[in-house]
Design a binder for this molecule. Structure first.
Ligand code: TYM
Length: 335
């Protein structure tokens, strides 16, 4: 067994492409952590069912998600990459978590509150309400020490910690208490058209979202029409210059430069030159990744082989935790 600390994270296969926020807030860290940690990463298809995906599209999007993760740098030899539904212990532990979580506690989850407020109670599925308990199960099954995610997942990780602690004190010390691995810069990338809202696929317009699978011309155009301000200086100031600050964060994260270094690169330059510079960095960064993802998608058999190995490795760890959990709760094992 590995002596390295564990990390686990997940991403929903709800669209044809991940966006820049997914990469900078989460997947970039997944790639970095796979060398130093015993890393488990899953495509959380069960969570995505809360969005009622079209079955034909969903099959494609799930495989496309796996291809993008590998193209972005996940190495299936270094980490365990799998699909959530391939390991049934996720659903099983989720039920345990649902029996530990309070109704009020679950009702306070802001993502649930926001999403259900948008669609109304009758159109909100129960799965959206129980979503955080399934996420807690994802994390706790692997005894993860750290969970690399963007800022928007912080509250879900807090809940996971609370549930783990509650279980450990009520029954037995089974679960490792996880911490969020949330960066200061990049944990929240904003919409290019509305730089006070996070970049998100549920935005009303696609114009503020950079998709990594989009053609370079489309992304260049989107960056060049990003909302800025009436000043002229390329300077980081989130309060007064949200659009420029967001572009500086993106530029810095993709070039591995600090904000000060990024500002320096555009000293004395206007917003037009700045946007051209950011667009070039983004487009050149994603160009080979997009090509690699498309190439991987030409051989689904190869991807399925990777996923089979991933599910076997993940399943072995998850089943052991589930067995210990059931046992601590007094559930009789099947003879
Ligand atoms: P999901 O699929 O919405 O997003 C995947 C990851 O991308 C991050 N992210 C962002 N980061 C910075 N700026 C943004 N604009 C931005 N938008 C998205 C998210 O924070 C996330 O890390 N509930 C999770 C999936 C999940 C999970 C888990 C995560 C299920 N089980 C277990 C960790 C551990 C979600 O909906 O992510």
């Amino acid at each position: 067994m590995s002596t390295k600390d564990r990390v686990l994270s997940g991403i929903q296969p709800t669209h044809d492409s991940f966006h820049l926020g997914n990469y900078l807030g989460a997947v970039k860290q997944w790639v970095e952590l796979q060398d130093s940690h015993d890393a488990f990463y899953c495509v959380v298809d069960l969570h995505a069912l809360t969005t009622s995906p079209d079955p034909t599209k969903f099959r494609k999007q799930t495989l496309a998600s796996v291809a993008q993760l590998i193209a972005l740098g996940l190495d299936p030899e270094q980490c365990t990459l799998f699909i959530q539904s391939h390991v049934p212990a996720h659903n099983q532990l989720a039920w345990v978590m649902e029996c530990l979580a309070g109704f009020g506690e679950a009702s306070r989850m802001t993502q649930f509150k926001d999403k259900s407020a948008k669609s109304g109670a009758d159109r909100t599925v129960v799965g959206l309400f129980t979503y955080p308990m399934l996420m807690a199960a994802d994390i706790l099954l692997y005894q993860a020490h750290q969970v690399p995610v963007g800022e928007d997942q912080r509250q879900h990780i807090e809940l996971t910690r609370d549930l783990a602690q509650r279980f450990n004190t009520t029954y037995k010390e089974i679960f490792t208490i996880p911490s969020g691995y949330i960066l200061k810069a990049g944990a929240k990338i904003y919409d290019l058209q509305d730089p006070t809202s996070k970049m998100s696929k549920s935005a009303e317009s696609p114009n503020g979202i950079i998709d990594l699978m989009d053609a370079p011309e489309i992304n260049t155009k989107k960056i060049k029409s990003a909302v800025t301000d009436t000043e002229r200086e390329v300077k980081f100031d989130e309060k007064n210059k949200a659009g420029i600050s967001n572009l500086l964060t993106i530029y810095g994260a993709l070039t591995n430069k600090s904000i000060a270094e990024s500002e320096k690169d555009f000293e004395g330059k206007g917003y037009g030159d700045f946007k051209t510079g950011v667009a070039e960095v983004v487009v050149e960064f994603f160009r080979p990744i997009r090509a690699k993802a498309l190439e991987l998608l030409e051989d689904p058999t190869h991807l399925n082989k990777i996923l089979k190995i991933g599910a076997e490795k993940a399943g072995a760890v998850a089943e052991k935790t589930l067995k210990d959990t059931y046992d601590a709760m007094g559930i009789i094992p099947r003879a």
